[in-house]
Design a protein around this ligand. Structure first.
Ligand code: SAM
Length: 256
């Protein structure tokens, strides 16, 4: 069984020897591979929907992993009890849903040392939640697979989370000529990702600018003052994104 690059990136971020809870597990590919690889000692695959729950149960049974992986039906972290997992993974959903699951299930996170989160959109919402809830953002990976761009965010419990996060999200300069980024921009871009400024990262934000331009143009076709105000706000955002992108290393693709 071979995982996609996206799921493999998540799998490799799980500390060896952990007890995993994969929430929204669908076919339970991640826990199955993590157990087969010997990376985790046990896993819970949580699913809210009956179809994916059955697919996960079938997967686990075909792999002969009943003793190691428990498939449970439940909404978000309701599928686990506090103290059952060291690592929680939530992948392939929107950032708002991930934040809802984490917020509603906060009490179940007692004992969890690491969260590995892969929002399909709304990565800023997830970074903000980690920051406000006192989790230290210890890693960010951006990757492109089958024409889609994914970010994998890792949050750890750490006694020094507050001071380290304060340093991570403090106003900083990147690029040449240097451009200043504030906390909000770092939450938006990702504090590690913007410093690394990989081609995939730049590609993501070029695509984002294109989408915003398209929305601004359609707002421009309306006569209402509300639409005009929104168009102006979008144009300010586009300019601020372009200003940052223009300062990132020139060997990386910058077409806008
Ligand atoms: N995590 C897998 C991955 O990244 O490949 C599957 C992603 S799939 C797109 C999203 C899964 O999350 C679906 O199987 C869906 O049923 C499940 N899901 C959505 N909301 C959920 C919730 N509140 N609690 C548990 N699972 C949920």
């Amino acid at each position: 069984m071979k995982l996609s690059e996206r799921l493999n990136t998540i799998c490799q971020s799980i500390p060896p020897g952990s007890r995993l809870a994969d929430i929204g597990s669908d076919h339970a590919l991640l826990p199955t591979c993590a157990v087969l690889e010997g990376r985790v000692v046990s896993a819970i695959a949580g699913e809210v929907n009956r179809g994916p729950y059955e697919a996960a149960s079938k997967q686990v049974s075909e792999a002969g992993l009943h003793g190691k992986i428990e498939v449970r039906l439940g909404d978000g972290l309701a599928a686990i009890e506090a103290g059952e997992a060291d690592v929680v993974t939530i992948a392939g959903m929107g950032g708002a849903l991930i934040v809802r699951i984490l917020t509603e299930g906060r009490a179940k996170l007692a004992g969890v040392q690491r969260l590995i989160l892969q929002p399909n959109v709304g990565e800023d919402l997830v970074r903000r939640w980690l920051l406000e809830e006192g989790w230290l953002l210890t890693g960010e990976t951006i990757l492109e697979e089958d024409g889609k761009i994914y970010e994998v965010l890792t949050g750890d419990r750490s006694p020094s989370a507050e001071t380290e996060n304060a340093r991570l999200y403090a106003d900083t300069t990147v690029g040449e000529p240097p451009v200043r980024l504030d906390r909000e921009q770092l939450i938006d871009f990702g504090p590690y990702l913007v410093r690394e400024a990989s081609p995939v990262f730049q590609g993501k934000w070029i695509g984002e600018i294109d989408k915003l331009k398209w929305v601004a143009e359609s707002m421009g076709r309306s006569d209402s003052s509300d639409a005009r105000g929104k168009k102006e706000a979008l144009e300010r955002r586009i300019e601020s994104l372009k200003e940052v992108l223009a300062c990132l290393p020139k060997d990386k693709p910058l077409s806008n």
